[in-house]
Ligand binder design. Structure first.
Ligand SMILES: NC(=O)C1=CN([C@@H]2O[C@H](COP(=O)(O)OP(=O)(O)OC[C@H]3O[C@@H](n4cnc5c(N)ncnc54)[C@H](O)[C@@H]3O)[C@@H](O)[C@H]2O)C=CC1
Ligand SMILES: N[C@@H](CC=O)C(=O)O
Ligand code: NA
Length: 432
């Protein structure tokens, strides 16, 4: 007997899912062990279904009735946003149906509640599409690396911002025109604030941290977030001068004592020799450092209807197989409860470029500020002279709060005219 699937939302991803389920019907049946059939599609408004080639009888505006219908076995949620997606998923789970979702915003806000409801009802919630689209990433973190200890995850997890920064770096393009191009190419969200202000990447960072460190505590609100709107042509030039590129990274890291984790999203200067520096255009990549495995990199398309639907279908096969076998994954049952430490406690490294008056004693005075704050200088160079002099300093690693205070004190020196460029530097974990 066929397994019936309810689809919630028929936008960019949903429409692609419908096509794939139809086109690959026989392969899916063979892989699951029974045919999969779309039993209903919840949409916001009826009328647009004409021309899709799908039986108009399948469409409904009553999503709650659809997810609780007794003949529905599995639910795919691709509406997005918090409500009504959360209530619909909870209804489905309570009615004994497994769920596949691509909803990173919801999982980052309330993933622990959803997973706990799934465990109580012996069903699954799978969400591979929610982070880095088509790239198989969450399952490797959850399953393949279950026997290892992940130390750090560095990810380019937002295609739009990577596209913009890449255009600024390689073509000298400005921020506004690069964003416009990303929108034209269909990478950016309708309201691109979620991309350029780092909200989308922060949601993905929370999900990655939960899986990497087996801690259910992390939500989007715990993630320190800075977007790319302040990244200037001067920052890009400063990065180039250090043989670096500017990337927006999601960084999840265990504290040195292993007792807490740091989760953040912000622009970084990254050495060109780092594998993530080679990730261009709208591609995503996630670099994982694990104790025994060493360094792993997951790379591929992180957005778009086709890639996202591919991940949704992979999950659909997995939850259908589990249902046939009468089992479920039980994600989140083992919770380390590791707390999230503040950004101030996170160990980082700064690149600081100062417009200074080129006169004797400037360097010594700046170095004194670093010493007062207990921050060690890794290297320093001067560019230009006279009125156009710039002092470029790169620190060794230190608590972010000490580095931020160092910058404030430098700003207060009368020989420092302005801070021309300020950005954290990220590299390999052994680079201090
Ligand atoms: N498009 C992409 O590249 C990616 C999307 N995602 C996620 O996939 C999900 C869907 O994204 P898209 O398809 O791009 O969005 P979309 O905006 O194209 O589609 C969402 C659809 O849901 C419908 N909808 C809204 N409220 C509804 C309701 N109450 N009942 C029924 N339908 C309703 C909307 O009318 C729309 O057609 C989101 O959670 C998004 O974050 C994840 C990875 C990549
Ligand atoms: N707008 C997002 C879409 C995928 O999650 C991006 O640019 O990566
Ligand atoms: Na993925």
């Amino acid at each position: 007997m066929a397994m019936k699937v309810a689809l919630l939302g028929c936008g960019v991803v949903g429409a692609e899912v419908v096509q794939l389920v139809d086109r690959q019907a026989s392969e899916l049946a063979a892989r699951v062990g029974t045919p999969l059939e779309i039993g209903g599609i919840a949409v916001r408004r009826l009328g647009r279904e004409r021309g899709t080639g799908v039986d108009p009888e399948l469409f409904t505006t009553d999503a709650t009735e659809l997810v609780t219908r007794p003949d529905i076995d599995l639910v795919i949620e691709v509406i997005g946003g918090i409500e009504p997606a959360r209530s619909l998923i909870l209804e489905a789970v309570k009615a004994g149906k497994s769920v596949v979702t691509a909803n990173k915003a919801l999982l980052a806000e309330d993933g622990a509640t959803l997973l706990s409801a799934a465990r109580e009802n012996n069903v699954d919630i799978y969400y591979e599409a929610a982070v880095a689209g088509a790239i198989p990433l969450l399952r490797p973190l959850r399953e393949s690396l279950a026997g290892d200890r992940v130390q750090r995850v560095l990810g380019i997890v937002n295609g739009t911002t990577n596209f913009i920064l890449d255009r600024m770096d390689t073509q000298g393009a400005g921020f506004a025109e690069s964003l416009e191009e990303a929108q034209t190419l269909g990478y950016a969200e309708a309201d691109p604030t979620a991309d350029v202000e780092g909200f989308d990447a922060a949601a993905k960072a929370a999900i990655l941290a939960r899986l990497a460190f087996h801690t259910q505590n992390v939500t989007a609100a715990d993630v320190h977030r800075e977007g790319i709107t302040e990244v200037s042509a001067g920052d890009i030039a400063s990065a180039k001068a250090m043989d670096c590129v500017v990337k927006l990274l999601a960084i999840c890291q265990r504290a040195e004592d292993g007792e807490s984790v740091g989760v953040r999203v912000h622009p970084v200067m990254l050495p060109r020799r780092h594998p993530l520096a080679a990730v261009t255009e709208a591609y995503n990549a996630v670099f994982v450092e694990a104790e025994s495995a060493g360094r792993l990199m997951f790379y591929g398309p992180g957005a778009g209807g086709g890639p996202t639907a591919s991940a949704v279908l992979g999950d659909l096969v997995a939850v259908a197989r589990n249902r046939l076998a009468g089992t479920s994954m039980g994600e989140g049952a083992h919770d380390t409860g590791l707390p999230v430490h503040s950004m101030g406690q996170t160990v980082t490294r700064y690149h600081i470029s100062l417009d200074v008056a080129d006169r004797p004693g400037v360097l010594a005075r700046c170095a004194e500020v670093f010493a007062q704050m207990g921050v060690s200088i890794k290297n320093v160079r001067q560019e230009g002279s006279g009125e156009d002099a710039q002092l470029v300093l790169v620190s060794h690693t230190a608590p972010d709060s000490a580095l931020a205070e160092t910058v404030e004190r430098l700003r207060g020196l009368d020989m420092v005219r302005s801070v021309a460029s300020l950005m954290r530097v990220e590299a390999f974990s052994e680079d201090v």
